[in-house]
Design a protein around this ligand. Structure first.
Ligand code: AMP
Length: 280
């Protein structure tokens, strides 16, 4: 496994691979890797000749400086995990390497970024689109792998790719969960052990909402039942719980038979912010 820490090292490696006609699969991450990330790498390994994983905690996409400072950084174990799935190249740039000039580009994606995460994290998706654009230019992947865990991020990157004609095929991979149902996340490592059982309720609330929707309950009723469901769990503070159209993420007031639906949640468990979703 080759480790590139600079843009110039990565560029010459990619140039060689392109000359050899290799099909490049790319998995962008912020490190603190877990089995969710590994599932993306395994998928890439099956479909491509060469797998490139980036590990970069992108400072510009954090709204909360404390969240950035506390973001877990576990380089040694990350490299171990990547070796185990036969990753070929790891790009591990320092902040100055990615941003030799202060970033001043702003992306705007319309309604899809006004809702859910976008409503609570102003500027977040513009910063994500900027860093993903830079990474796509550097890695020049044929395929890029993202998780459904960050559904809104996936849809926004899909817009980015379509509107700027990036020659990249995007893959959206299923959410990997712990046995309890809790979606794996780098932030889970920060959850206090005593609070974990409350964390399991997040997925249970999604499963409950899904079954209520499937039974034909109106969205307003579902949302009110879900608020009641959360009441007993004092460590969990719901930020949003939305039933939305899967491709646009706009709220659905009245569900029709042909609606493709996503149910999305963000909640604080203690001081750790978690997101999850389920598709119907
Ligand atoms: P992150 O390191 O959190 O930026 O995530 C890097 C990629 O891994 C993103 O495309 C995420 O959506 C994806 N990912 C994170 N958690 C999971 C999970 N539990 N299952 C599948 N993919 C995930």
């Amino acid at each position: 496994m080759q480790i590139c820490r600079t843009v110039s090292e990565l560029r010459s490696t990619i140039d060689n691979l392109k000359l050899l006609g290799k099909k490049i699969g790319f998995v962008p991450t912020m490190g603190a890797l877990h089995q969710g990330h590994m599932s993306l790498c395994k998928e890439a390994k099956m479909e491509c000749d060469v797998v490139v994983v980036s590990i970069f905690v992108n400072p510009t996409q954090f709204n909360n400086p404390e969240d950035l400072a506390k973001y877990p950084r576990t380089e040694t174990t990350d490299l171990h995990h990547l070796n185990a799935v036969s990753c070929d190249i790891v790009f591990l740039p320092a902040v100055e390497e990615m941003y030799p000039f202060p970033s001043s580009i702003v992306f705007s994606f319309g309604n899809i970024e006004q809702v859910l995460e976008g409503a609570f994290r102003p500027g977040h998706f513009s910063a994500v689109a900027t860093v993903v654009s830079k990474l796509f230019h550097l890695v020049q992947p044929h395929l890029a792998y993202f998780g459904q865990k960050d559904l809104q991020q996936y849809l926004i990157i899909e817009q980015l790719v379509n509107q700027l004609s990036f020659p990249v095929i995007l893959k959206c991979c299923p959410i990997v969960r712990a046995e309890s149902g809790l979606a794996l996340s780098s932030r889970n490592a920060r959850i206090e052990a005593s609070l974990l059982p409350d964390g399991y309720k997040i997925y249970q609330s999604l499963v409950l909402a899904k079954s209520l929707v499937q039974q034909g309950e109106k969205t307003a009723v579902v949302k009110s039942k879900i608020r009641q469901f959360y009441n007993p769990y004092s460590a969990l503070e719901l930020e949003y719980f939305e039933i939305v159209e899967r491709d646009t993420l706009q709220s659905i007031e009245e569900i029709k038979d042909n609606n493709k639906i996503a149910i999305c949640v963000a909640a604080y468990l203690g001081n750790v912010r978690l997101i999850d979703n389920i598709l119907l």
